[in-house]
Design a protein around this ligand. Sequence first.
Ligand code: SF4
Length: 417
Amino acid sequence: MSHSHRRSAARPVAVEPRPAAGQVQVLPTDQPPEGATTPDARPRLSFAVPTPRGKAPRHLADLDLAGRKAALKDSGLPAFRADQLSRHYFTRFTRQAAEMTDLPAGQREQMCAELLPELITEVRALRADAGRTIKHLWELHDGVRVESVLMRYKDRTTLCVSSQAGCGMACPFCATGQMGLTRNLTAAEIVEQVRYAAGASAAGALSGGPARLSNVVFMGMGEPMINYKNVVAALHRLIDPAPEGFGLSARSVTVSTVGLVPLIRRLAGEGMAVTLAVSLHAPDDELRDELIPVNSKWKVGELLDAAHDYFLATGRRVSIEYALIKDMNDHAWRAQLLADELNRRGTGWAHVNPIPLNPTPGSIWTCSEPGVQEAFVDTLRRAGITTTVRDTRGSDIDGACGQLATEVLTQERATTR
Ligand code: SF4
């Protein structure tokens, strides 16, 4: 027996073949969906986007610089001022005319009224994690509410934004999914969440002193790909340098999707090289069909093919998000299957982020046992997959899109009752 053979023989066989006899398998259908109003309620997957009631006022962040110039000109204002106005907005994070002292006093107010109307107003701000996390609930012009979360980490400050009010993707573990989609956000409504966070964070709103907002993740309410056009416009405002936009690094901006394959492919062609995150949560169609309803349309194989092609087109390593749910998707054989599916397409192109859930006694959507989580992570790592367990900040904020808004809404309902 060769030395190397002995070594591999000694390696623990962590992976049982597919569902071993007696292995517990909790199914997403074992309980009504999160936030369901009746026990038999089943939200339906819908790609329809409702028409908004009324149009959001025109805003600088909906337009590129040329569009802003044209808008100023149409209003009888000097087009060249669009540059200065944009710099105030994107580099000083302000929409207050009084702070724009380099603009002619007689025109400031009018310019701000034309291109910087108030689009989002704060309903509530909740601080968590010793002031390193701030969750905001915003009200939009038509009374619709969305959330964003600002988080300070050691090496970065991240904002999680909403791209839609509600969501039509109907994931059974997500309370936003049970609301259905109310409407898409405009590009400026997305960008305003970022502008506000960048300003607050620069002004020292998070504990630890002033910080530069470095990362933006589209993991709040909604499926960004359903709001493709406005999300792409918002991405331009985020990564294009001033005066076009904030000039964030493209790799620090993450678009997260449950798997709208044709739009992943389209995003790969936009030439922006933002990071793509895929909320996979299951490597087998059998479970994913139940867990992520959109899987009925695009299967795991097609989704991973598109994600791999995204990597090839942009050079950006794709994040695979995987919420670990006790006895549902946390089996070691699933970790091995996930690793095999990733490795089959190439090496080093994907990074897996297992997301520990909060313990929720009595719910099927609860955290894995520590040993099970460890075995899942070890299986991936032994197969050569870079794996980082997410820091959940005590509230699942970063990875569980949409759940936060409901948490805030529920708390709000509780306090206003
Ligand atoms: S998990 Fe994300 S995609 Fe699924 S319903 Fe919730 S917000 Fe929509």
